[in-house]
Design a protein around this ligand. Sequence first.
Ligand SMILES: Nc1ncnc2c1ncn2[C@@H]1O[C@H](COP(=O)(O)OP(=O)(O)OP(=O)(O)O)[C@@H](O)[C@H]1O
Length: 580
Amino acid sequence: MSKADALTFGRDGKRRHRVVFGIVHQLREFIPSLYLVTGLMVATGILSGLAEMVGITLLISLIFLIAQDAPTVDQPLAWLPRIISDFDVSLPKGVVIGILAGAIVLRLLLGLANGLIGSFVAHHISERIRGKLYDKILDLAFQDIGRHDRGELITILSTESYTVAGAHASLVRLGVNIGTIVIFGIGMLGIAWPIALVGLAFGVVHNATMRLFATSYRRLGKALSGSLEDLTQLSWTTLLTLKAVRSFGLEDKQRSLFANLSHEVARKLRRSEQLGAITSILSEALIFGVLLGIMLFSSFLAVDFPAALSATVLLYRLQPHINELDQQILHLHEMETPLQRVFTLLAQPGERHLNTRGFPSRGVERAIEFKNVTFRYPDTPRPAIESISFFIKSGEKTALVGPSGAGKTTIMNLILRLAEPTSGSIVVDGTSLQNIQRSSWLQQLAIAGQDVELMEGTVRENILFYRDFPDEDVRWAAELAGAAEFIDELSYGYEEWLGDEAVKLSVGQRQRIGLARALVGRKNTLFLDEATNALDEETEMRVLTRILDEYKEKTVVVISHRQKVAALMTNRINLGGHPG
Ligand SMILES: Nc1ncnc2c1ncn2[C@@H]1O[C@H](COP(=O)(O)OP(=O)(O)OP(=O)(O)O)[C@@H](O)[C@H]1O
């Protein structure tokens, strides 16, 4: 079974087991000590149930002891004499009180330990899964990222990652409940077997009733996941296209779309809670029916009164465990879809190996050569570039020109190894780019594009972009990019805070920040993909001339539609048009 298939389950009969085993199988891959931790949690949970059972029977014995004013209890744990018939288990009142107090304290301590371990494990799992998901998003093949919509990725990362910890908690509770039910069952058998049999019959009926709800839960889980994703997607798109929405006067339409989706989410959440309430009430009604039955027919059952009372109290205390057992199974069904989405994303192939595999790069000493390179994006009928061959010589200033859609950005992406050629090869100083460590290769390059991904932070932080360079370098880069002239006029200069979308900057100013970001590392090879196309011609020429002057010895490749820009360069590569 593949990772992605692990949670694709068969028909209903085996389905719940598959849900459970599928989750265990998946979790084991992410939490190496899963069995140990889970075992410990289940053990403390079951021991806590055992302590409760001992406490209940001792309490009832004590009540009878006090009622009869007797000094000793000859049957403090009601089931023991039946199991070890020759064993004298009579105990004085003080000892019974001591054991009872001990059982209560033990129950409390085990409950506390269980809660603390549970909370530690849940946060540990969440942290690990969140980290792995974030890592996967960074590691996914660039083309694969485009296949996921942002809303889906945000929902998985921010919300659905928590369901993994929730699923583990449900599994633990499942184990604890099964263990406790078995222990209570054995206790009841020892105390009063007819009542235990009634309890067993109750369990079977209860289980069958709850099964009726499993399918609804599963469907609801899937529908809820979809609705949440739609809502996140709409919120995300609205934020991204806020200006367009306002400019086209679409607020009312967006509001009504949002209200509908939000209503759907609320409706499904309500339905889920209603289902939970119905199953819980049904479960309680069943147990009260059984208890009533036992009371009405107790005279026909061959059980003495204290034993019958102990067994009945145990059966009553068993009810939350049976109830919770079913709730957890239904909950696991509800979590099936979000879990599947988390694990499917984690199962996607990454590209991390490209960062470390191959020879370390020393940059471009002689040339970058494209040899008959063809590249086709997945699921597209025609290649974006076909059998392209050219040289970019070290130290040369090259213009890459061609009509829109000719494949210029695709070539840039191939050089950056955001994609690999479908056929042909890219060779750097005689070594295929595929045999060069990607991270060390990227260390040698700098790139600026036409769309600048500015982030929330100061101007300086946006130029540094998580890297560490001295202030003089930031200033040098900003001046070279023609950005210093407007940064100096901002109220706080380089410390001016740019909001999420950096709305206070014009498109040309944003591009110049992006340019400074590329320049600040003083790399030997610079790629500019329409990086200055939003500037007026005069500013663009001024900025590029200064850059070329500064980069006299270095390699510069510029993609531009403007003839004047291409004319600044010493070498020109023409991409004729679409190969189709
Ligand atoms: N992610 C993608 N998936 C599928 N097809 C793509 C993708 N990106 C680009 N293409 C297609 O590849 C071809 C080349 O696109 P590319 O962006 O490289 O052209 P370009 O020369 O840079 O165009 P422009 O000058 O308009 O920026 C186009 O036909 C485009 O539709």
